[in-house]
Every structure is written in structure tokens, then in C-alpha cells.
Design a binder for this molecule. Structure first.
Ligand code: BDR
Ligand code: CA
Length: 310
């Protein structure tokens, strides 16, 4: 069993990532730390608890974290995720309480408490909580086993500006700290998540699952899809965030390159760009495994099979 902390801003695709993790016996979810991103913090932590309750896992500690980026104003994405962040399914207000303490302290305490090299971080929102923890307690950095994050884009270019992906764009200073940390990083950029599309037969497979979870995932992806269809003419919603969890269970489904990735924080024009040295032309030291491809059928089979077990 691999111990993970999911750092998240749910978000329909975040919700599916959480469900996939909770359905997977290979992973032990030590906690969920919430951050402002797709919607403001008060909604992301309520949504994370809604998702835990949907999965019957109100035992998972859910922490509230940073409500704004390290040094910028929050940019949200209601245009993609709807006003609640989880539009598409009406879930009741959560009854489980938030866990005590700030998400940044929870990250620091957990990494100090668990044996070094045994806890993997899975950030699927802006990197504010993670970078703040690194900043405040640098001793935790060498204790992190790996960071498997969703963020960035290169050949696929941006989804919030022409050159930037949302999670990195919202808090580029935080992303810079994380990519410079020296931790073993795996990146799921838009280049790969835009190949993990929920096509009509894949939604139908979710909807046909017994119980409430499969149909909820189908309705979420239907909601999510309307945006990408209009915008990119794509054949289905990209399931960005669950790629991180799938990688932890089945890394063989993914391929990428170990390269240098730097974050643009200076230019207004290209703010938040992940400058990925795919052809290794810069001479800069590789700091991340930048994923470029996925076996999409394998990924959706895994996801559907796991959701069926919840
Ligand atoms: C990322 O941004 C959010 O809208 C999604 O939840 C995902 O984490 C994709 O750019
Ligand atoms: Ca997200």
C-alpha cells in the first residue's frame, strides 16, 4: 500500500480522482488537503467532503488550506465547473466536519510523522498548499517520496491563456517552488489529459454501473464536457486529475520523458507557462517526468472497474 495525500480543488475531475483513489487497495489516502482553485476554498473543502461521503468514507480527514495564491489574486474556473464546482449532480451539504488544523500544517505534520520517503503527494489543483509547506518547513522536502501532479501543458498549449494551464497559472510562484524543490516529480500535463477523453461509450459505461457513484460520475463528465466540446470540439470531456491516481496504480499505462521543466513567473504574456525542454536542448538538469501519452482504453477500463467496486 502506497500512502498518499491528495491536494485538491474539487472540481468534477478532482472528484473522480478522489473516488478512484478511495476505490484502490494499492493506495492509502492519509488525508485530503483542499486549496482555492476551480472555486473558492469554502466550496472546495465542502465538495471534498461531499465526495468522501458519497464514497462512504467520512473517516478520511479533509483539511482546509490556503484561500488564495502565494502572491496573486485568486482566479477561479466557474466557466468550466459551474458555480458550485461540482455542477451536474446535486449532492447534499456534507455532514462530516473538517479535520482540525490548516492543510499546510497537516502536510508538514504528516511528512514529519511518517517514515521518510513513504508519503507521495498528489496535487491536482494550484500548488499553493504544497509550496507554502515547503517554504515553511524545508525539512519535509527530502522526506517526500514523490509528487505526482496534474498541471502544465506544452505541445498542447494552454487552457486558461494561450500558453498556460489552469493549475500552474493560478499560482505560478508556488509551481516554481515545487519544480525547483528537487523532489521526484511526475507531471500530467494537458498533453496527456486531452488524450483521456470521456467519449459517449465511456460515459455510458459509467452510467450503467450499479449504485449511485457511476451515474454521478457520468453526470459530472456530461456537465464538464459541454465546455470542452464548445471550446475545442473534442470528442468528450478530458478527465485531467484522475490520470495522477491511475499513474500510481498502473504506471505502465503512461509514457513520458524525464526532462527539465521551468515555470514562467515574470512575463505577463506567458505567465504560468511550463517551459518543457522536451528535446533536451537547454542543457538544464531534468527535474520531472513529463508525461505525453496514455493508453486511454486501459485507463478507462481501470477507472470503470474501480468505480464499480465502491
Ligand atoms: C485542471 O484545472 C482544473 O480546472 C481541473 O480540475 C484540473 O485540475 C486542468 O487544467
Ligand atoms: Ca483540479
Amino acid at each position: 500500500e502506497r500512502k498518499i495525500i491528495i491536494d485538491t480543488d474539487p472540481g468534477q475531475d478532482d472528484a473522480v480522482a478522489i473516488l478512484l483513489a478511495l476505490a484502490s487497495p494499492e493506495l492509502e489516502v492519509l488525508g485530503i488537503t483542499c486549496v482555492a482553485g476551480n472555486v473558492p476554498l469554502a466550496l472546495t473543502h465542502a465538495n471534498a467532503r461531499r465526495v468522501c461521503e458519497l464514497a462512504g468514507r467520512s473517516d478520511i480527514p479533509v483539511y482546509a488550506g490556503c484561500d488564495a495564491p502565494m502572491s496573486r489574486k485568486l482566479v477561479t474556473a466557474e466557466h468550466v465547473h459551474g458555480k458550485t464546482g461540482l455542477d451536474g449532480v446535486d449532492l447534499p451539504a456534507p455532514t462530516m466536519p473538517l479535520a482540525d488544523g490548516h492543510a499546510v500544517d497537516a502536510l508538514i505534520d504528516t511528512l514529519r510523522r511518517e517514515p521518510a520517503g513513504t508519503v507521495t503527494l498528489v496535487p491536482i489543483g494550484p500548488l499553493t498548499n504544497i509550496a507554502t509547506a515547503m517554504d515553511r518547513a524545508p525539512d519535509i522536502i527530502p522526506r517526500i517520496q514523490q509528487i505526482v501532479l496534474m498541471g502544465g501543458a506544452y505541445f498542447e498549449v494552454g487552457n486558461i491563456t494561450p500558453t498556460a494551464e489552469f493549475n500552474i497559472y493560478v499560482d505560478p510562484e508556488a509551481a516554481k517552488i515545487v519544480f525547483a524543490s528537487g523532489v521526484d516529480i511526475v507531471v500530467m500535463p494537458l498533453d496527456v489529459t486531452h488524450k483521456a477523453l470521456v467519449t459517449a461509450p465511456r460515459v455510458a459505461a459509467f452510467r450503467a454501473l450499479p449504485g449511485t457513484i457511476g451515474p454521478a460520475v457520468a453526470s459530472w463528465t456530461d456537465f464538464f464536457e459541454r465546455f470542452d466540446k464548445e471550446k475545442y470540439g473534442s470528442a468528450g470531456a478530458p478527465l485531467h486529475d484522475p490520470c495522477t491516481i491511475a499513474y500510481l496504480i498502473r504506471p505502465d499505462l503512461f509514457t513520458g520523458r524525464h526532462i527539465n521543466v521551468e515555470i514562467e513567473t515574470g512575463s505577463d504574456l506567458t505567465l504560468g507557462m511550463t517551459v518543457a525542454d522536451w528535446w533536451r536542448v537547454s542543457g538544464r538538469v531534468p527535474n520531472a517526468l513529463f508525461i505525453g501519452d496514455v493508453d486511454a482504453d486501459g485507463f478507462f477500463t481501470l477507472l470503470t472497474d474501480r468505480l464499480a467496486q465502491l
